[in-house]
Write a protein that binds this ligand. Sequence first.
Ligand code: ZN
Length: 199
Amino acid sequence: MKIIEKQSGVAFEISEGDFLKIIDISGQQVSDLVCFNATDTREKFSAGKTMDFEESILISTHNYLWSNRGNKMMKIIEDLNGRNDVLLAPCSQQTFEIMYNINKPHPSCYNNLAINLKEFNIEPDEIPTAFNAFMNVQFDTNGKLKVLPPQSQKSDFIILQAMMDLVIGMTACSAPDSNGGSFKEIGYEIIKKTPHETN
Ligand SMILES: [Zn+2]
């Protein structure tokens, strides 16, 4: 298992058919995931298309992550916790200034994605709203949102399968409210598709 240190991020490539396992090592830790078509990174994860085509704002087992071009990017094969978010954008410096009244530099998912995706020539402005693994956003019938501590327990994981060759950006989120008030590591594994398996 590879480790994303607390309040940091990574970027890497995976091939079509391969599996990505995201592990909440300690419990109650969010990981933002964004993905891009490795052969043309202008094609990227679209939370809007995903909610549209999956007909839900709650995305879990058997749902697909769709692209801005309306193509399947990843399929969620297994999700032990089951509560994830696709409504809220990655936390950024402005998140801490506007919502936490912190006026000095603070680690953020947006910055950690930007730093790591640079290697793949992906500009900060290209970063979309993420698939927020383990993030517990609740809403009432008036649309009022609340960010509550994740419901994920120690060692809960999500397995996604790549539907195309992808560049992935992932973080261990830096926003206190999203993570039950403390920052933890996130684990991940890339599991290669075995030759006899089909998509
Ligand atoms: Zn974050």
